[in-house]
Ligand binder design. Sequence first.
Ligand SMILES: *[C@@H]1O[C@H](CO)[C@@H](O)[C@H](O)[C@H]1NC(C)=O
Ligand SMILES: *[C@@H]1O[C@H](CO)[C@@H](O)[C@H](O)[C@H]1NC(C)=O
Ligand SMILES: [Cu+2]
Length: 165
Amino acid sequence: MAATHSIIFFVGTLIVLASSVSATEYIVGDESGWTLDFDYQAWAKDKVFIVGDTLVFKYANSAHNVMKVNGTGFQQCIVSSSNNGTLTSGRDIIPLQTPGRKWYICGVGKHCELRKMKLVITVLPQTMTPAPSPVPTIGASAKLILPTVYSFAVALFGSFMLLLV
Ligand SMILES: *[C@@H]1O[C@H](CO)[C@@H](O)[C@H](O)[C@H]1NC(C)=O
Ligand SMILES: *[C@@H]1O[C@H](CO)[C@@H](O)[C@H](O)[C@H]1NC(C)=O
Ligand SMILES: [Cu+2]
């Protein structure tokens, strides 16, 4: 019984820790991935991207790639000749580190112009997300530290319980 309790507690601790980080990983195109003739604008429309989230582009890397471009490059499907901003792993993980508009296109053939392989998103700053549990009249820094301290305490307690198994 004690073991069961510890395991439940440990899992609970992991969940608390994970939610305190609260970054979302978006698989671009969901099950379809990064592919031809998928409406990525419709896919992105109902999603909120926040600094700290990640985009994952999944595709057959023999068929596609991912290029980070600017607004002009996006509209005109300009494939930059330098290889610098090009991702080719087939499972590219892009951390969204700064707020603002981000543009991605496929640089293979005419996939951008003719086959809709282009994605534009707007990344919001982290401060715009509502606090999970508002703490009244505590300084801003305390608000940031409090959830961390809390998860830490829970994590410690969880580990302690595990030792008792
Ligand atoms: C957009 O990127 C292209 C190269 O990919 C560059 O030539 C152009 O100056 C850039 N435009 C802006 C507005 O930064
Ligand atoms: C590509 O990246 C390297 C280092 O990251 C940089 O030195 C180089 O100037 C870049 N080339 C272009 C064309 O942007
Ligand atoms: Cu492509």
